[in-house]
Design a protein around this ligand. Sequence first.
Ligand code: 13P
Length: 337
Amino acid sequence: MDLEALNDVATRMVAPGQGILAADESTGTIKKRFDTIGLESTETNRRDWREMLFRTAPAMKDHISGVILYDETIRQKSDDGTTLVKLIEDAGAVPGIKVDTGAKDLALSPGEKVTEGLDGLRERLKEYYELGARFAKWRAVIDIGRGGDEAIPSQYCIDVNVHALARYAALCQEAGIVPIVEPEVLMDGDHSIERCYEVTEFTLKALYRELFEQNVQLEGTILKPNMVIAGQKCSDQASVDEVADMTVQCLANCVPAAVPGIAFLSGGQSDLQATAHLNAMNSSYDLPWPLTFSYGRALQAAPLKAWGKAMDVKAGQKAFNHRANMNGLAALGEWTE
Ligand code: 13P
């Protein structure tokens, strides 16, 4: 394994003022997004949407360090024949690929999920490397029980998910690809911020134990965690500063300093919340790792609405430039509302 090369890529992915665009929605998920603007989800429309984002200047050059692609997108070409991978590379960003095949029902544990996709992964990674991917993503999903149900998540659910994450990460490093490890504790539900802290801490500690057991070299990884936040249906919502404080405290207790960087998911937060939380963390703390964004919805919701059914490239790019700029400032702790 060439750890120095992996570390170089990981360091580029969390460069100051830059973060990751998660554009790896599966065909089913992007259809749901297109439904909100009344646009049919055809292969060409999906290509046009993503091509519009990847051609956005100056956002891509200034604020986007990497783009997570879906299997279909990493193989697509724009109208002039340029591959979408090349568009990303030409903007100075690193192309990446989602390699999990989704969260499936966990056997004998109703209400819980396990992420699949390990079968044939070694061969798929080899092909993705040839297609230009230099990092990958695997998302594990950990739900928190409703109404104070402490049985969810179970130890079983956390164990199988972090085991799969570590197997994926080891295969990535063997293939010369930086693994983004994403153990997402969901913000659906009515749990308190304290319960989110507890479950996130438990999950991250289990994850780093497992990465160690499976020989994964932390210097060649990126962590993509949730923020510590109350469930969307909890009546008691924490302030921006409380979310920042508890997230930083949780990460400081769980994530080794050897990790080159942490890039948060947005997970259903509004655009503004996702930006404000990231900014609060970066403006108030001196931390061992850069903290940045790896947002899907919080970067794409506004441009998708602006692009709309009319596929207005100018309007879409204006909105994307703005969100990328705001999150770039938040990654530096220099954003103001
Ligand atoms: P969201 O920012 O929309 O949560 O998506 C990020 C992502 O890649 C989830 O795996």
